[in-house]
Design a protein around this ligand. Sequence first.
Ligand SMILES: Cc1cc2nc3c(=O)[nH]c(=O)nc-3n(C[C@H](O)[C@H](O)[C@H](O)COP(=O)(O)O)c2cc1C
Length: 390
Amino acid sequence: MSDNTLGAYNIADLREMARRRLPKGIFEFIDRGNEDDIALRNNRAALDRIKLKPRTLVDVSKRSQEITLFGKRQPMPIVIGPTGTTGQVWYRGEIALARAAAAAGIPFTLATGSTTALEQVIEQGGGGRMWFQLYIWPERSVAYEMVERVRKAGFEALVVTIDSPVSPNREFNLRNGFTLPFKFTPRSTTDVLMHPRWLFGVIARYLLTTGMPRYENYPGEIKSNMTAQPMGRSMPKNDSLTWDDLRAVRKIWPRTLIAKGILDARDAVLAADCGADGVVLSNHGGILVDSAIAPIDVLEETVDAVGKRIPVFIDSGYRRGSDIIKALALGAKAVFIGRPTLYGTAAAGQVGAARAITILRDEIDRVLALIGCPDVAALNREYVVPPRPH
Ligand SMILES: Cc1cc2nc3c(=O)[nH]c(=O)nc-3n(C[C@H](O)[C@H](O)[C@H](O)COP(=O)(O)O)c2cc1C
């Protein structure tokens, strides 16, 4: 029997494999947070502080982690969140990751800032549930055209990211000198040459086929403003957005609409009032505000405020099945996954992404048994001890 573990037994193993394979500049881009990485560490610390309270002598011989999301059953309670860099860690990484998600029966969210065109990802992504993440540009009409393109392509849900009015302060990206399209500085060239598997497996394959990776989903006029920006300083500036913009997108998008990037229950209520069908509590994986609260610390109050109206999703820092169980017990409908599957994709493409999903699925299953809860639907606040308010 072939071993499909890849020698990776947890997400940290996949992270280490990604670290060895990628140039340092790209690894830091996907792995680090911003400024002093405080939010990144705090996301983990907040999850680690929450403890599970196992019950015993419960028949857990039949276990289920199935959930129903917007009317459809899926075998496990995760969604692949948008990560704009997927195509830089693996050749056509978006397609590899979409296929792994489709095979696992979970939704895949394609980022606006991906380097494979959205139509191609729909066509070759394995036929699963496809969601699209949207940044609303200052030129609203351009964003609306994008919404129409996404609708025509057949995406099932639109995930509007509302937490990024300006680019974050990721100093390491500037120091490492990585840009899109790639510009070879002495520093980045040395970095690339020291990572031949990435050089030949990713960048050389692009050069031999479609040329240097570009933001394929950006409309022409915006793409031209975006080129050769240091990665991480390349987000379009959209600091004039208000709730009216979410309402405007709601008017033109007929399918599921999710607002991503909320850290205050009052904003979740506003999103629901604007017609969002779901919200994602997120600090963007610690990338934006280094002093930001961890999403798990506002989960209960957000579920209390809007949980009866719309599902509350969460992300940022989830690396273990037990983390996902904690979020579900505190009322999250499902957890968005960012880096774990990105590490997996960087390590071994579709197989690596599938490995990340399998690791999380097996960990969820084992913890369900060990805490005496046979079904994720039965998880509730009695299974966890949240940290005392300080
Ligand atoms: C490398 C990278 C790129 C990302 N790109 C986007 C993006 O384009 N749009 C977006 O809404 N969120 C983006 N995110 C945030 C993720 O969707 C998600 O909120 C975050 O990664 C969750 O935290 P985790 O990585 O700890 O799971 C990105 C995150 C990373 C790490």
